[in-house]
Each structure stands twice: as C-alpha cells, then as structure tokens.
Design a binder for this molecule. Structure first.
Ligand code: RB5
Length: 147
C-alpha cells in the first residue's frame, strides 16, 4: 500500500500524528508531500494538487489530505480529473466512501476531529474495499461529468 499525504498549516500537527499512525499500521511506502512546518501559512490547493497528482500517477497510491475543515482540500482535489476525494468526519462515511465511491483520496479536518477519531476514519477507509458491481456504472457517470 502506498500513501501520499499532505496538509496545510492548519492540518500540519494532525498530519504528524497520522504519519506515525500509518507507520504503526505497517505502511512503509509513504510520501509526505509537505509542508514540513506549520510556521508558515500555505494554500491548501497547492498541496491538494501534489497529492492528487501522485494518486493519478500511480493507481496503487491513495491520498490523504488534511486542512482545518477538510473542505478546502476536498473541493480542490475533486477538481483533478480522476480524483474521487471524500471528506469524512466519521468512520462509517470513510468506509462507505471506499466501498461505494471508490474514493482514492480522503480529506480530514484537523479542527473538526482529534487524532484518535482521525485514526479510526483512516483505518476504516484503508481496510474497506471497493465493491464494484452496481457502483461501477455510477463511477463511470462521475467520470463522464469530468468531460
Ligand atoms: C486555513 O485557515 C483554513 O482555511 C484551511 O485549513 C481549510 O480549513 C480550508 O478549507
């Protein structure tokens, strides 16, 4: 499993916790695409773009994006063709985002959820599998919306 992860300044502290959690889960192939400090204000679309590109470039790679609410990251990532970014604040939603929506990017709000809940949200998403079947034609309709 490969994971590309990034945040903005608001999400940086949670990103550091999440990196440790991912390593604890045994994920060895992690690309931290920044930033490497929370000292400077940065723009979340820049980091959404980096992670989205990593996911598009490698179909085995999933993305995690963290900003204050998770909303700016999800709006930005979903502008990238081929990205299905799910903004989740609970483990049920993140699980279903993978099972039904084949979400390849997960967005979390650091000002909304604490580290413990964030870990559950991430684990539910990573442990779930896309169910295909009836969901596939819906994914194809999403792709048709991309033009
Ligand atoms: C930064 O203050 C904040 O706007 C950003 O982290 C995010 O919440 C935007 O959606």
């Amino acid at each position: 499993m490969k994971i590309a992860i990034a945040s903005d300044h608001a999400g940086y502290d949670l990103k550091v916790f999440v990196l440790e959690h991912l390593k604890g889960r045994g994920v060895t192939d992690i690309a931290d695409l920044g930033p490497d400090t929370n000292k400077n204000s940065v723009d979340y679309p820049d980091y959404a773009k980096k992670v989205s590109q990593a996911v598009i470039d490698d179909e085995d790679c999933l993305g995690i994006l963290i900003c204050g609410t998770g909303i700016g990251m999800s709006i930005s990532a979903n502008k990238v063709k081929g990205i299905r970014a799910a903004h989740a604040s609970d483990p049920y939603s993140s699980k279903m985002a993978r099972r039904h929506n084949d979400a390849n990017v997960l967005c979390i709000g650091s000002r909304v959820v604490g580290p413990g809940l964030a870990f559950e949200i991430i684990d539910s998403w990573l442990d779930a599998q896309y169910e295909e079947g009836r969901h596939q034609k819906r994914i194809e309709k999403i792709e048709a919306l991309e033009g």
